[in-house]
Every structure is written in structure tokens, then in C-alpha cells.
Design a protein around this ligand. Structure first.
Ligand SMILES: [Zn+2]
Length: 171
């Protein structure tokens, strides 16, 4: 069963507040990052037991994430978000990701040359999606800016499915 609490409720509250304050301080975050940089995680190669996982799930259920609703914390850049997304996609379906989005190849080329897509060129865009991607127009992936356009994820999917035509996009 659960261990007895080591700290009093008040002490716990103190630690919690201190941690939240420290996390909001860019200086402290930088220090922590530098201190950990280049070191192997103490958890590397270790796996939580099923029992431990079950406990973590149970104790975090219904808990509000520490960063929820906080607008004072540094948020990841558009580029970081994009990178994380690609990584997740690649983990789920490596060949699709390599094929569609391209690690290396022409998609990398366009992002390198013209930057991360940051808007949707569809004139009729519903503006609901805030994730933007380079979409290839001809399907031939030519190394040509004219063969690419910036689309939000929603318009990109529609374009790839064929339910959104180039004529509509270009208005
Ligand atoms: Zn759009």
C-alpha cells in the first residue's frame, strides 16, 4: 500500500508553490537545463513496473496539470511544435511520414529555404487550424517554390483528399 506521507500538508504546499515559482523563472529553467545537458537521464533504459504505472495513473487522475492555464510560461516555438509533430507521426508510421512529409528530401529543402510554414494561403480558409504545413501542389515534389504552398493542417488534408481544389485556394 501507499507509503506514509513524509511531509506535512503545509510543507507539501510550500514545495509545490516553490516549484511552480521556479518553473516560471527563465533563469532557473536555464540553469536546470544546463545542469542536465549532456548527462544521461537516471531513468534511461529503466521501465516503470505495471504496478508503478497503475499508481501514477491513479494519482494523476483528476489532477490539473501544473502548467494548465498559465500564460506566463515560455511556449514552444512554431518550429518546435512542428518538429514534435513530425517525430510523433514518424513513430506511428515511419514510411508514411517519410513519404508524405519527408525527413530529408524536398520537404526539408523547402522548410530550410523558405522557413516553417506560418500561414494558410487558402483564401477561403476557415482559420480554425493553427498548425501550418508546406503542401506540395503537383505531387511531383519539385524543388521549386511554385510547386509548394503554405496550408493549415485542415486545408492541407482537404487538398490531399481532393475535396479542396487549387482554384479555390488561389481564389
Ligand atoms: Zn487553411
Amino acid at each position: 500500500m501507499q507509503k506514509k506521507y513524509k511531509y506535512s500538508e503545509e510543507r507539501r504546499q510550500n514545495i509545490s508553490e516553490g516549484t511552480i515559482k521556479a518553473m516560471a523563472d527563465p533563469q532557473i529553467r536555464k540553469k536546470m537545463r544546463l545542469a542536465k545537458l549532456g548527462k544521461t537521464s537516471p531513468r534511461k533504459g529503466k521501465k516503470h513496473t505495471e504496478e508503478a504505472k497503475r499508481k501514477m495513473r491513479k494519482s494523476s487522475k483528476g489532477q490539473v496539470a501544473w502548467n494548465k492555464g498559465r500564460t506566463d510560461l515560455p511556449s514552444p516555438s512554431q518550429e518546435t511544435i512542428q518538429k514534435r509533430r513530425l517525430k510523433m507521426l514518424a513513430e506511428k508510421n515511419p514510411s508514411w511520414a517519410a513519404d508524405k512529409i519527408g525527413y530529408g528530401g524536398v520537404h526539408n529543402w523547402i522548410a530550410k529555404k523558405y522557413g516553417v510554414a506560418d500561414c494558410c494561403e487558402n483564401k477561403q480558409c476557415s482559420k480554425k487550424s493553427i498548425t501550418f504545413e508546406w503542401a506540395n501542389i503537383s505531387g511531383k515534389y519539385r524543388r521549386d517554390r511554385k510547386d509548394f504552398m503554405k496550408l493549415c493542417r485542415s486545408c492541407h488534408r482537404k487538398f490531399d483528399r481532393g475535396s479542396l481544389s487549387l482554384a479555390v485556394i488561389k481564389g
